[in-house]
Every structure is written in C-alpha cells, then in structure tokens.
Design a protein around this ligand. Structure first.
Ligand code: ATP
Length: 237
C-alpha cells in the first residue's frame, strides 16, 4: 500500500505550551491506523493538527499536497473529515439536516441525495430518526450521525476521536463493525484515536503509541498486540 498521509516533524502547541514534539508517521491508503496513549498524551491534538484546528509546524502531506499551510476549510476540501470527540452535531437540527450540512461544500444535489441514502444504508436507525432533532438521539445514534455527516464530504481520510466514548458495549461493537465496512466498501482510510486499546487494535491494521507528545512504539496491530509493555499498560493483561 502507498502512503496517503505523510507526517514529519509535527509539532503543535496551545499558546506557548508545546504538546507534540516532532511526530513522524505515515497512514497507508485504504488502511486503518490507530493512535494509542494515556490521557493527555496528545492524541486529540494530533488529529486537530492534521485538520488545522491548532497551531502547528512541520510537514503534513496528503498525497504530496502540503496541508500545514492550509486552514481547516481547505483541509476539509482536500478530503479529510474530522469526527471530533463529543460528536459536534447540531442538536436543534434534524438528523437529515445535519447530514445535508456535512455536504455544505458540495454542489451536486442529486449525488448528495444518493449519499444520504448511502449513509442510511450503513446506519438504518438514522433513517428512522430522519426528522427527529439530533439533540434527542441516543448516544450511539448521535455518534452514528457524526460519522454519517463526515461521510457526506466523501472523504479520503476520516479522523475519528474516541468514537466509543460513553457508549454501551453492544453499541460499540455495532458501530465498529460498520466502520470496518465503510473502510472496506468505500475505501475510506481512517485514523482512529481510542482509549479502548483492544477495540482500536481490532479495527486498525497499524498503530502508534504516543507518550507525552512523542511516538514511542509503532508497527502493525498484530506486533503491537504482542508488545509486552503495551499489553501491561494499555490492554491490562
Ligand atoms: P485525552 O484522552 O485526555 O483527550 P489526549 O491524548 O487526546 O488525551 P490531548 O487532548 O491532545 O491529549 O492533550 C495533550 C496536552 O495538551 C495535555 O497536556 C492537555 O492538557 C493539553 N491541552 C489540550 N487541549 C488544550 C487546550 N485547549 N489548551 C491548553 N492545553 C491543552
């Protein structure tokens, strides 16, 4: 597989506090990569740095296109969709209007309608909730809506921040099975940040372990699963 995204020497800061200290990593085209790490390691900041939501330096190339000089709207237009922690859906708008909003940068009306139907085919519950205000959805439905809205951009890369957060185990299994299908059937690459390391390693093919703003271990998910210190610290066995 070739690299969809190449990151070199990535630094990010809040004010004058630097929280990423020169990350180097690649994402394979069509793959699922996860970033593991403890609270405060810099996982969310890494996703924010890719989508231009935090001050950053270094090299972020999407198929040779430099992203570090672009703002968030332009990065989105390059095909990177960010599903933030906390989901960020518009609670007073209907499910369907949230999906339409996800396609705000597109003009192809007929295809937008088709894509809404495609989202409903992955998440049939959203079709049932079509006219319902997003604020009245369950946690699992709201997360599905957040993913569905990101898909409306027809992204090449989906950035997923803690999609399992606060959801019941059965809902999480359902959501992750659908994410796998989206990866395989739509060819959407994914970068996943997840507290639940075993779940993340099940979905991902590659993983990076982040500790206080530095990558300390990287490899295939299988090799990471066999790593003694990852097992002890993040998998609990
Ligand atoms: P968590 O799982 O707790 O979200 P994380 O690995 O995603 O952890 P980040 O949220 O990226 O970690 O935070 C990395 C560091 O940056 C932490 O020390 C955090 O306190 C700091 N930080 C995060 N957001 C801000 C902010 N808006 N302003 C200042 N510092 C921040």
């Amino acid at each position: 597989m070739s690299h969809l995204l190449e990151v070199k020497g990535l630094e990010a800061s809040y004010g004058n506090i630097n929280v990423l200290h020169g990350l180097d990593f690649n994402l394979e085209d069509g793959g699922v990569t996860t970033i593991l790490g403890a609270n405060g390691a810099g996982k969310t900041t890494t996703l924010r740095a890719i989508s231009g939501m935090v001050s950053r330096k270094g090299d972020i190339r999407l198929m040779d296109k430099q992203l570090v000089t672009l703002g968030t709207a332009d990065i989105t237009r390059q095909g990177i969709a960010h599903v933030p922690e906390g989901r960020g859906t518009f609670v007073r708008m209907s499910t369907e209007d949230n999906l339409k909003l996800g396609a705000y940068s597109r003009r192809d009306k007929a295809e937008i309608t088709q894509d809404i139907e495609k989202v409903f085919s992955y998440f049939p519950i959203l079709k049932q909730r079509r006219t319902q205000q997003a604020g009245t959805l369950s946690g699992g439905e709201a997360q599905m809506l957040a993913v569905g809205r990101a898909l409306m951009l027809r992204p090449r890369l989906l950035l997923l921040d803690e999609p399992s957060f606060g959801l019941a185990p059965l809902i999480v299994q359902e959501l992750f099975a659908i994410l796998k299908r989206i990866n395989v059937e739509e060819g959407v690459s994914m970068l996943l940040v997840e507290q639940n390391a075993s779940l993340a390693l099940e979905l991902a093919d590659h993983a990076y372990l982040l500790e206080t703003g530095n990558i300390v271990i990287s490899g295939t998910s299988d090799s990471i699963l066999e790593n003694e210190s990852v097992r002890r610290s993040y998998l609990g066995y």
